[in-house]
Design a protein around this ligand. Structure first.
Ligand code: S3P
Length: 431
């Protein structure tokens, strides 16, 4: 592997063999955002350990600090004294993090704290009306830029009232924004349409003293409610583990074990997909509360194509580009449908995947809500674009492990969003 001096491009060589115990994976990014934001809303001192080391969660920490929380970071441990929030003097910069922006829009609206939220070029293209409109229905005053994007301005307004919100998109970030808003409302907020989107917020809020009821598939929060400080250890991130598991599945003879991973079923769509494709997969659950956690071991075996349909998408959402890479090393045509949401992530993940795979010689077809990848033709070395998207940069690095020649990933520094040590950890897996 070589890095340019500016870290803007990284070249990854094919691997002859991979194996053993994978390096510690970062703490779960989704859970870290929640722990930091909930602790920032809570009276008293919370300790969060094994917090995700990337830039996204650092954005959440900076924002809650600007809102009045005290945040002291010591490596992967963070001490947060939260409480009442005050209107920040400057806009809240959410960087590249959609989770930070959407959660804070809901939390600010519920608390009636006035603030403007901004983000980088990628985040400033992403849809925010999906959060603002349902919050308007609860009485919030929120303005977006003309395209329904950031900057987003939350006004102090009147107290929110209860209501029934049906979400048009099965988004965990939206459901979470609504639950956070509901904690400041006067009344009962019922949220439907979350489908199988990750449920960390409903699981973690009670840990911070907030009651969430489940009525069938609906989530109910009766406001107002108060957050209380909690100590929270963040489990390893299954979305980070997925890259090592994919590597183990595609490099002949490989076997890798990743330990202390969050095993919440709403995050295990990729592990399930690898198993359906024929990889050897073993899960060991070591603890259950508040999130199931344990070890995952994957070994390489001949892979075959699978079909992913809309209902399965939320549980594999962030791993779908990586699935496209694994599919290039499987027999047959893997199809992904019902995943239009990929187009409004940190990049248009369908377009970036398709462009990169084509450069690598892969047989790939782009459709509006997904893609088809036909495996069997070995990928070749090439230079590919990450689109500034951490998950695409890492997916192409995994593709390189079984390609015919090294792959250069442009704009690879974006891995710092979720996994700053990704490229050196990858090198440690070679045997
Ligand atoms: C996240 C939810 C997902 C995921 C994102 C993180 C979360 O987005 O893609 O990376 O932490 O709640 P959705 O809001 O589309 O479910």
């Amino acid at each position: 592997m070589t890095n340019t001096q500016t870290q803007l491009a990284t070249t990854v060589a094919p691997a002859r063999a991979l194996g053993g115990l994978a390096p510690n994976i970062p703490g779960d990014k989704s859970i870290s955002h929640r722990a930091v934001i909930f602790a920032g809303m809570a009276e008293g001192v919370s300790h969060v350990t094994n917090v995700a080391p990337g830039e996204d969660v650092a954005s959440s920490m900076r924002c809650v600090e600007q809102l009045g929380a005290s945040v002291q970071r010591d490596g992967l441990a963070v001490r947060i004294r939260g409480g009442a929030w005050q209107a920040p003097a400057e806009p809240l910069d959410c960087g590249n993090s959609g989770t930070t922006m959407r959660f804070l829009i809901g939390a600010l609206a519920g608390r009636r704290v006035e603030a403007t939220l901004i983000g980088d070029a990628s985040l400033s293209r992403r849809p925010m009306l999906r959060v603002a409109e349902p919050l308007h229905a609860l009485g919030a005053l929120i303005e977006t830029a003309a395209g329904g994007t950031a900057p987003v301005h939350v006004r102090a307004g009147h107290p929110l009232h209860g209501g029934h919100i049906h979400m048009n998109v099965a988004s965990a970030q939206l459901a979470s924004a609504l639950m956070l808003a509901a904690t400041g409302a006067n009344g009962r907020v019922t949220i439907s349409g979350a489908g199988s989107a990750r449920d960390h917020t409903a699981k973690m809020l009670p840990f911070f003293g907030v009651a969430v009821e489940r009525e069938g598939d609906d989530l109910v929060v009766v406001g107002p409610q108060h957050f209380r400080a909690a100590d929270f250890r963040v489990p390893g991130d299954p979305s980070a583990a997925a890259f090592w598991l994919a590597a183990a599945a595609i490099v002949p003879g490989a076997r890798l074990r990743v330990e202390n991973v969050n095993l919440n079923p709403t995050r295990l769509g990729f592990v399930d997909a690898l198993e359906r494709m024929g990889a050897g997969v073993q899960l060991t659950v070591t603890s259950e509360d508040p999130e199931p956690m344990g070890h995952i071991e994957v070994s390489a075996r001949p892979l075959r194509a699978i079909a992913i349909e809309e209902p399965e998408v939320p549980a594999i959402l962030d791993e779908l580009p990586l699935l496209g890479i694994v599919a290039a090393y499987a027999t047959g045509t893997t199809t992904v449908r019902g995943a239009r949401e990929l187009r409004v992530k940190e990049s248009d993940r369908i377009a970036v995947l398709v462009n990169g795979l084509r450069k690598l010689g892969g047989a790939v077809t782009e459709v509006d809500d997904g893609f088809d990848v036909t495996g069997g033709t070995p990928l070749r070395g090439a230079t590919v674009e990450s689109g500034g998207d951490h998950r695409l940069a890492m997916a192409f690095a995994i593709a390189a492990l079984r390609a015919g020649a090294p792959v250069t990933i442009e704009d690879s520094g974006c891995v710092a969003i979720s996994h700053p040590s990704f490229f050196s950890d990858l090198e440690a897996l070679r045997r």
